[in-house]
Design a protein around this ligand. Sequence first.
Ligand SMILES: Cc1cc2nc3c(=O)[nH]c(=O)nc-3n(C[C@H](O)[C@H](O)[C@H](O)COP(=O)(O)O)c2cc1C
Length: 370
Amino acid sequence: MSNQKQQLNAIAAAAIRTPTPSNCQPWQLRITDTTIELYHQSIRGKFASLPDDLSIFGLGMMAASLELAAQQQGLMATFDRPPLEQRCDAKPWLIAHFSELTAPPSARDQLLADHLASRHTDRREYAGGSPNDPVFDEMRAEVAAHAGTSMQFITEYPQPYQKLQLEADLSILQWRELRHDFMKWARFTEKERQRTQDGDSWDDLLGETKNLTYYLRLFGWSLMQKNRLLPDLIQRKVISMLDKPLSELHQDGAAIACITTADGDLETLFTAGHLAMRTWVLLNARGYAYQPLCNLTMFVYPTYRSDYQLPPTIAPYFEHAYAVLRETFGFAEGAIPAFCFRTGLPVAPFDADHFSLRRDDRIIHAGESR
Ligand SMILES: Cc1cc2nc3c(=O)[nH]c(=O)nc-3n(C[C@H](O)[C@H](O)[C@H](O)COP(=O)(O)O)c2cc1C
């Protein structure tokens, strides 16, 4: 095999580990003699009931991974990208070309390339951490390099924000199509996840006892509501009781962050994904744990980006969502919240056994059928 081919294979193998929502892995990489083409498979896209914003965000993440993976091979990646408005499954969403690096990478690029393979999602409790840690200055420098994006950190979680979190989780239970989509990737056992090489196991998602009790209560509440077992007033009382465990949920880490875009342009959403990938690797590289929290933004972003209408059953939950998020995170009027995550110091090193599996049929070579 030629050296160039080996380099392309190594880049594809590193880039395919880019995280995707619920490990749904909608990307297929096609290696040609000189390029890597990136195809999207909508059927594997997450939250098919919502606009495909998460895939555009994911494309930005893939681009950041390809750049870092290329750098590991002493190469620079540049991209041909058809306009996002024309995206379709039949054509690549992005074509990566590679050339020799002309200058040594910056110290931060080197750090990120070195840690690309150890990036992971840590859903355990965290052991503190502080937003005054120097890594958060590095994060701000990354944000400054990504035009049209911003990132806010919070350490307090006001009651309206907690209520919104709860209602977002409830919306997944109440919206049939979305619930099915969620369940499609939720593997019940680790064994099933090993077999399918995709999705998240319930052990992953609900491993923490308090998360499990939270979801069980939530589910019970949804059943009661569906079957009209409780009058409205009592339902509201139940909701206020459910708020309690949630209020304790995120006090363990350094902060919750929200990445926003300055406008609803798809290009800015791509840039936000690029930022998310780099800052995720950066936090992991500096010893910080990381878990995306997208249950709110996945509803709010499409609604505010494109006048998308949520189904009438759940739309009332999000009537004030934008105002609550803006009040909580303090982003500029007009900015749109695209992605949230929690971060903090890990309780213990991340166990190598817990790295998420990836399907091995996601990389193909020119000549093989897609
Ligand atoms: C755009 C995006 C949204 C995600 N949303 C959530 C989330 O809301 N909650 C969560 O626990 N994990 C979330 N994840 C984490 C994925 O489930 C995880 O990255 C994937 O299963 C692969 O695992 P790994 O990150 O350990 O490699 C999200 C990931 C991405 C890329």
